[in-house]
Design a binder for this molecule. Structure first.
Ligand SMILES: Cc1cc2nc3c(=O)[nH]c(=O)nc-3n(C[C@H](O)[C@H](O)[C@H](O)COP(=O)(O)OP(=O)(O)OC[C@H]3O[C@@H](n4cnc5c(N)ncnc54)[C@H](O)[C@@H]3O)c2cc1C
Length: 459
């Protein structure tokens, strides 16, 4: 039996800073990783998608440059080269994580094995047993396998498989119009594939307001992406070298490749949670309180395994909060559900949001005032011909506060931070009216947006 102070399972986004900081603070830490250091974000999530999306955007910009008076004769995408570039960046990111582990010294040991509970506060990995008074689970999630009839009879791709393809598919059928389906669908359309996205809801990105989702749907349609909205796949079968997907509306879509992007499933099925006394919810997520404590004393969980919101920055922030809970017990604590969690979908244009949107305000009966402005009204957007999208802000009518904002537009993922910081600081939207924004920028449009609210309008 190996004894230490802390065992961390999974090398995800919270694990690296937790492991290195706990070791620096004098704790003997053992970190287990079954597949590759860096977890989903580095290996099969944020890093590879955003790297490949950059290649797809280059192809799109070249193809559409004529609108700016620049004529590109032919655009050829070498997917193998795109994938090699992506893999090189992943390798570089992984190496820097490994270097950080090595720099932590002998107090941090990385065991490249799958770990599972065999008893309370006891794990087994690679045939050896490990015990510590503190165990942190950062095991993340993977693509969920839906109960789609016939799926086991066809070759289908998940987020990892599709980013390993070295030739552009002829016709990619994407089941699921959430952020992964949208990012992948647009990326492969820009690489040259025919793309159909099947989405059971009324809109893509079903959590967004209707006008926000419609803005991105308009862009997708203009780029030639076929959208099959309000219908789901009922069953799938092999069809020549490809697949035939039958839909609830009676249609059958035939494609060369099938990407399934229907949510994520926590990596708890082989974790031995029962032996460890760690309670799971019916979907397999670890149940933890506001301060990451699971049902097993001494066992904490962070990141995607908690069921959501599933973002890298959320997992990283979980690390920051849990570190303080463990190492600074007298410091004031905030429940994790009270924090602001912004996000961005890296389609082009991006879709970013923070706080609540109109859909949420209505469903919760929260009073609000809203201002909306098309991106096409922003001077910068016209100058660079990135006019698709809109900006929206919701404010509390009885208090001088922002409730939330959504932006669809170029670099929306950057723009949303203006609202994030104001909301985090509890500042008045008036700060945006009083501030001097640089002309011509997209951010300047945010100021104009706020001034569309009667309370902040110039008289
Ligand atoms: C295609 C895609 C794109 C994404 N894009 C973004 C984005 O742009 N921005 C963003 O914020 N988020 C994005 N995400 C989500 C983001 O990747 C995750 O939220 C984040 O990686 C979660 O980190 P984590 O700490 O929960 O664990 P993970 O990063 O999932 O890491 C968990 C690790 O635990 C290991 N593990 C699991 N079980 C065991 C075990 N029993 N023993 C040992 N090791 C184990 C796994 O191998 C894995 O390495 C994306 C995800 C996907 C799939």
């Amino acid at each position: 039996m190996h004894e230490s102070d802390v065992l961390i399972v999974g090398s995800g986004q919270a694990a690296k800073p937790l492991a290195t900081r706990l070791a620096k603070a004098g704790r003997r830490v053992v970190l287990f990783e079954a597949v590759a250091v860096g977890g989903t974000c580095i290996n099969t999530g944020c890093t590879p998608t955003k790297t490949m999306i950059a290649s797809a955007r280059a192809a799109h910009v070249a193809r559409t440059a004529a609108r700016l008076g620049v004529h590109v004769r032919a655009v050829e995408v070498d997917l193998a080269q795109v994938v090699d570039r992506k893999d090189a960046i992943i390798r570089a990111f992984r190496s820097s994580i490994e270097a950080a582990y090595a720099a932590a010294g002998e107090r941090l040991r990385v065991v490249r094995e799958h770990a599972r509970f065999v008893d309370k506060l006891t794990l087994e990995a690679g045939g050896e047993r490990y015990r510590a008074p503190l165990i942190i689970l950062d095991v993340g999630a993977r693509a969920a396998t839906p109960s789609l009839r016939g799926l086991d009879k066809v070759p289908w791709l998940d987020n990892a498989g599709i980013m390993a393809l070295r030739r552009v598919p002829e016709h990619l059928v994407v089941v699921g119009g959430g952020y992964i389906g949208c990012e992948m669908g647009q990326m492969f359309r820009r690489f040259g594939a025919r793309v159909t996205i099947v989405q059971s809801g009324e809109h893509l990105l079903s959590r967004e307001d209707g006008d926000v989702a419609s803005a991105i749907e308009g862009v997708f349609a203009a780029e030639g992406i076929d959208l099959a909205l309000r219908c789901a796949g009922t069953d799938v079968a092999p069809d020549g070298g490809g697949v035939a997907l039958r839909l609830t509306d009676g249609r059958t879509i035939k494609g060369s490749h099938l990407l399934v992007a229907l949510g994520r499933r926590a990596n708890t099925d082989t974790l031995g949670c029962e032996a460890g006394g760690v309670r799971l919810d019916p979907r397999g997520n670890v149940v933890a309180d506001e301060f990451y404590a699971t049902s097993a004393p001494g066992v904490y969980a962070v990141g995607d395994v908690l069921g959501g919101p599933q973002f890298t920055h959320t997992s990283w922030d979980d690390h920051r909060r849990l570190f303080d809970i463990l190492m600074k017990p007298d410091a004031p604590r905030q429940p994790r559900s009270a924090r602001l969690i912004p996000y961005s979908v890296f389609t082009d244009p991006q879709v970013a949001a923070v706080g609540i949107n109109e859909r949420t305000a209505k469903s919760r009966g929260i009073p609000y005032q809203v201002a909306t402005m098309p991106m096409a009204d922003v001077a910068r957007a016209i100058e660079v011909d990135e006019k698709a999208g809109l900006m929206k802000v919701l404010v509390d009518p009885s208090a001088d506060r922002i409730l939330g904002a959504s932006v669809v537009g170029a670099e929306a993922g950057e723009l949303i931070h203006v609202f994030l910081v104001l909301m985090q600081a509890g500042a008045s939207p008036r700060a945006m009216v009083d501030a001097e924004f640089i002309h011509p920028t997209f951010s300047e449009g945010l100021q104009t947006l706020v001034m569309k609210l009667p309370r902040y309008a110039l008289s």
